[in-house]
Design a protein around this ligand. Structure first.
Ligand code: DAH
Length: 346
């Protein structure tokens, strides 16, 4: 009664499963795998085609065998899909990371070392020269009190010389702050007082630093600039020592074909006072700064007895010297931080 046995659908399930597993294994990316998964889910996929015929299988044994084969095949395919998905995702993520990786290293094809700014170079050179002459370097605060910047330098409140130093005052928000008593120092001279108060004579000091004035920037002025102050306090110091030091410094700093001269002048903190000029090799003179014998009132403000000690002081601008030395036309160029400018002076 049994007719010729229909070829088992189980074989069809197995070949459909093997084909599916092969397509999964052959997928080289997640997009390809998604396509394979979609095809496998399609009603017309070989496996689903077998599933569709399952209802028509009359033989109960055969039905059971095909059913089991189908469910095993589905499970194997699900697992293969999940494994392939995880592996491909990981590979794609690794590729993306490798692709987006930023190379933060930089290879210098030429050596580009930073260099000190020309004002710093001048300041260091000045320090070297004066240290060579036996001076020590001292520094003071850039925010000063009226006492150190003016009063102790023989410029009491009403002194007309104060108006020459167009000052920038600081107004701290403090209930007991007296207006116009804290300021950005207008010169390095207040450091003279601080040195006298904290050192004992003999004093041979230079005091470089930044100073501030309410100036509009132009080719020769900046509201922030640099000075170097000198102070000598010892027994028997005379104007001749001052002139000698200025001349020794001029030759040491600018070269032996330079010379210096002193012209009578006035500063409240020195008596007598002078301006000093230097003469270039070509015979032209340039004004460098002021100097003089420290005023007795200034020595007293620094706690030094003017009957026992005398001294001299000098002060000059560093920026202008750097400008002069490097033939810079406009002092503002020195502060725009344009590397093309700055790199010329290495
Ligand atoms: N402090 C003066 C200024 O800024 C420069 C100066 C002149 C300093 C004479 C001195 C000095 O020590 O003796 O213009």
């Amino acid at each position: 009664m049994a007719g010729p046995r229909t070829p088992s659908l189980v074989a069809d399930v197995h070949s459909a499963r093997d084909a599916a597993l092969k397509s999964i294994a052959d997928s080289s990316d997640t997009a390809g795998l998604r396509k394979v998964a979609a095809e496998l889910a399609n009603k017309k996929s070989p496996l689903n085609a077998v599933r569709a015929q399952l209802g028509k299988v009359a033989d109960a044994e055969e039905k059971k065998a095909v059913g089991r084969a189908l469910s095993e095949a589905s499970q194997a395919i699900e697992e293969a899909l999940a494994t392939a998905q995880a592996a491909l995702e990981a590979a794609e993520f690794a590729a993306q990371v490798a692709n987006e990786k930023m190379d933060l290293t930089e290879y210098l094809t030429e050596s580009r070392r930073g260099t000190a700014h020309i004002v710093t170079q001048a300041m260091e050179h000045l320090e070297d020269v004066f240290v060579g002459l036996g001076f020590q370097v001292a520094e003071g605060p850039e925010v000063e009190t009226d006492f150190y910047n003016f009063e102790a330098l023989n410029m009491p409140a009403s002194h007309p010389a104060r108006s020459e130093f167009d000052t920038m005052f600081i107004e701290p928000h403090s209930p007991n702050h007296q207006p116009n008593t804290v300021l950005l120092r207008t010169h390095t001279s207040p450091v003279q007082i601080r040195v006298m108060q904290s050192w004992k004579p003999p004093i041979y000091a230079i005091m470089p630093g930044r100073v501030f004035r309410r100036d509009t920037p132009d080719a020769t002025h900046m509201p922030v600039f640099h000075q170097i102050e000198g102070l000598v306090v010892d027994k028997g110091i005379t104007f001749a020592h001052l002139a000698g030091i200025i001349e020794a410094f001029t030759k040491a700093f600018f070269g032996s074909d330079f010379t210096s001269r002193l012209r009578p002048s006035f500063f409240p903190f020195t008596e007598p006072s002078a301006e000093f000029d230097i003469r270039r090799a070509n015979g032209s003179w340039i004004e460098l700064g002021g100097c003089g014998m420290v005023h007795p009132n200034v020595l007293r403000a620094g706690g030094i007895d003017p009957e026992e000690y005398t001294g001299f002081a000098f002060g000059f601008g560093i920026d202008r010297m750097a400008k002069e030395r490097h033939a810079v036309d406009d002092i503002r160029e020195m502060y725009t931080n344009d590397l093309r400018f700055l790199r010329q002076f290495t």
